[in-house]
Design a protein around this ligand. Structure first.
Ligand SMILES: Cc1cc2nc3c(=O)[nH]c(=O)nc-3n(C[C@H](O)[C@H](O)[C@H](O)COP(=O)(O)O)c2cc1C
Length: 329
């Protein structure tokens, strides 16, 4: 699978998830076999003012590459300027958000608002294409009604402007995350453009990705919510494609990944901030395990890496002992 001149290792892609797909999360997803990781969406306006906090959101490292940096904005010159900043910061792909339907973003004319503004879309894409050398992609929704016509129109413009791939989450802008995404629209888009189409929406387990690829002919599968707590979904998809089955994740692997996630977060944002963040995030990884509510309760006050590691180890010990006892019965 190629996006422009960039070859991906496999056809799985991590969705941009605001507040979640920071560098530490991307590192565990990468280790779990994902072909392309993405940052969360980053404001082109804030980049252009030089906001250090926003610039830091583009921070990348060799291990996670290739990485796609997603930006949003409505001003062609500012988006193009921010795109160049992302390229200079080490992005391998520059993605522009055409799907966000949060009120504040829509009011600024960015995100899904662009799906009803073909002229502005053209200006943004032409200026951005001219500003960067790395592959340029866009991420769209179906548009403002369920016909998909907005998506088809914007995609044609994108292809004409030299965009290298389109990610399509076929829900309308007003739909939020309700209902189901309409994969038949992905199949129709795939027939209409000759650049790669990355399908997205409602891949909850590995088989869903296979179904999406089969039903739509899309070139790659993007996973968002299902990767939260199960970063291994990416290698599971590849294993299912290659071997017709996938192994379950051993408990030890699950727990060592949790420890890596905490350690990387501490390094990235500092111990106290990371521990506060991990109080909710570690529970993603233990959903459905025996006594997980007790573990969740135990981590609500963690303040240090040492304490987080100790609680993770204790819970793993408990689970291992329990499974030994179960085997003996
Ligand atoms: C918490 C959360 C944050 C998201 N943030 C972004 C974002 O920053 N940029 C974007 O293009 N889409 C964002 N999305 C949408 C996802 O990228 C994806 O399109 C959507 O979740 C559908 O895929 P899924 O069914 O695999 O989750 C977000 C979704 C969620 C649930």
């Amino acid at each position: 699978m190629n996006i422009g001149n960039l070859k991906l290792n496999n056809i799985t892609v991590l969705a941009p998830l605001a507040g979640i797909t920071n560098l530490p999360f991307r590192l565990i997803v990468k280790e779990a076999g994902c072909g392309l990781v993405c940052t969360e969406m980053i404001s082109s306006n804030a980049l252009s003012y030089g906001s250090q906090k926003t610039i830091d959101m583009m921070h990348t490292c060799a291990v996670e590459k290739p990485v796609s940096v997603q930006i949003f904005g409505a001003d062609p010159a500012i988006v193009a300027y921010a795109a160049k900043m992302a390229e200079d910061a080490g992005a391998d792909i520059l993605d522009i958000n055409f799907g966000c339907s949060v009120k504040k973003i829509l009011k600024s004319g960015a995100g899904a608002a662009l799906m009803k503004d073909p002229e502005k879309t053209k200006a943004i894409l032409n200026k951005t294409r001219a500003a960067i050398n790395i592959p340029l992609t866009i991420k769209i929704r179906s548009g403002w009604d369920s016909s998909g016509n907005d998506a088809f129109q914007i995609s044609q413009i994108a292809e004409d402007c030299g965009v290298d791939a389109i990610t399509f989450h076929p829900r309308t802008a007003t739909q939020g995350f309700t209902g189901r995404s309409d994969w038949s629209l992905i199949a129709r888009l795939k027939e209409q453009v000759s650049i790669p189409v990355i399908g997205n929406g409602d891949i909850s387990e590995p088989q869903d990705a296979i179904d999406m690829l089969d039903q739509t002919g899309c070139d790659a599968a993007m996973v968002g919510r299902a990767a939260i707590g199960n970063p291994w979904i990416f290698s599971q998809i590849i294993s299912l494609i290659e071997n017709g089955r996938f192994p379950t994740v051993p408990l030890e692997k699950r727990f060592s990944t949790m420890k890596k996630y905490v350690a990387a977060s501490v390094e990235y944002i500092g111990e106290l901030h990371a521990c506060r963040m991990m109080r909710s995030r570690l529970s993603w990884f233990v959903k459905g395990l025996p006594n997980s509510s007790r573990f969740r309760e135990s981590i609500t006050k963690i303040r240090t890496l040492e304490k987080a590691d100790a609680l993770i180890d204790d819970y793993l010990d408990f689970l291992m002992k329990q499974s030994q006892e179960d085997r003996q019965v």
